[in-house]
Design a protein around this ligand. Structure first.
Ligand SMILES: C[S@@+](CC[C@H](N)C(=O)[O-])C[C@H]1O[C@@H](n2cnc3c(N)ncnc32)[C@H](O)[C@@H]1O
Ligand SMILES: [Zn+2]
Length: 304
């Protein structure tokens, strides 16, 4: 199993994947908008941001944003959409297992459509929990959704849904596309000190014949109403939680230098010129190319 699903390999286009999926995209933007606390402050980090698909749901909040992804191609696409880096907009290539941020430096962390790629999700959950202060929006691709329940009864496989191990839906043995029992993720999150403030059941009407018959706008109108009501039933294929943690004090706005930390040792950086950061503790150097900082760790050629 690969440690990281690399979207830069194999000519795959994630932007193309979203063509014709306006209903699912609209459903997710609505879930995000309704879950984000408008009073929250500090940096928003879109972790595993891809090309920044979710940005329309948070950019109008006027907060500083960091787009974080392993894929250079997707970050370049995000930059083409949202403009070059500024003191309050940052593009960062990084591995979610080793985030280049100081502990508690981010006001809000987003983790959307990422968990299904993570065979070692507990490590990533710990890492996100380390860097996020008070708010975390997480999307759990879940195996208990209504359609899966019906299928499991028909096939006599009810027990599979109730086991806490994730199921891998990928057709290729070398890849992972995991669906989880929500309880397994929620248990980890509560151990890390997070509580669920609100939940949404997302993409509840994701059936081709419904889409054809009613069209995107009408389906989305119903979806918006259904999301909070169906969340307790774990109805849809994706369960979103707004998580909060109360043990942090007031959030103070930080500038980029205060947010970033060495992904190898969490040491503080010294900026050399405009395009190089050097860790004051372990002396590793990290470079910025065309507006995107490369903080991948371990360095790509040493990945197993
Ligand atoms: C399905 S896409 C989701 C992108 C975006 N959140 C969205 O909802 O459109 C998954 C993303 O996670 C990124 N990713 C997967 N594993 C990663 C890792 N270990 N470190 C950093 N990014 C990772 C991929 O590069 C990809 O952009
Ligand atoms: Zn270091």
């Amino acid at each position: 199993m690969p440690l990281i699903t690399n979207y830069d390999e194999g000519g795959y286009s994630y932007q193309d994947y979203w063509r014709g999926r306006d209903y699912e995209h609209g459903a997710e933007l609505h879930a995000m908008q309704s879950l984000l606390d408008p009073h929250q402050t500090g940096w928003i980090a879109d972790l595993g941001s891809g090309f920044g698909r979710m940005a329309p749901a948070y950019l109008d909040q006027g907060r500083s944003v960091i787009w974080v992804d392993y894929s250079l191609k997707l970050l370049a696409q995000a930059q083409a959409r949202y403009g070059p880096p500024t003191p309050s907009r940052l593009y960062v290539q990084a591995n979610l297992n080793h985030l280049p941020f100081r502990s508690g430096s981010l006001g809000t962390a987003l983790l959307i459509r990422v968990l299904h790629h993570l065979p070692s999700y507990d490590r990533v959950l710990r890492e996100v929990s380390r860097v996020a202060q008070k708010e975390w929006i997480i999307d759990i691709p879940q195996k208990l959704h209504a359609l899966a329940r019906i299928r499991s009864v028909v096939r006599g496989q009810w027990h599979v849904l109730h086991e806490e191990v994730p199921i891998n839906l990928s057709r290729r043995s070398s890849q992972v596309f995991l669906n989880y029992h929500p309880r397994s993720i929620e248990h980890q999150l509560s151990i890390l000190g997070w509580t669920v403030r609100e939940s949404r059941s997302v993409s509840n009407l994701r059936l081709p014949w419904l889409k054809q018959r009613f069209g995107t706008e009408r389906l989305l109108a119903v979806e918006r109403w259904l999301q909070p009501h169906l969340a307790p039933l774990q109805f849809g294929p994706n369960l979103w939680h707004a998580l909060v943690r109360h043990d942090f004090g007031a959030t103070s706005p930080m500038d980029q230098e205060e947010v970033l930390a060495c992904p190898a040792c969490l040491g503080r950086f010294e900026l050399r010129g405009l395009h190089t950061m050097v860790c004051r503790s372990c002396h590793e150097q990290f470079i910025c190319h065309d507006g995107i900082w490369d903080f991948r760790w371990p360095r790509p050629n040493t990945l197993g």
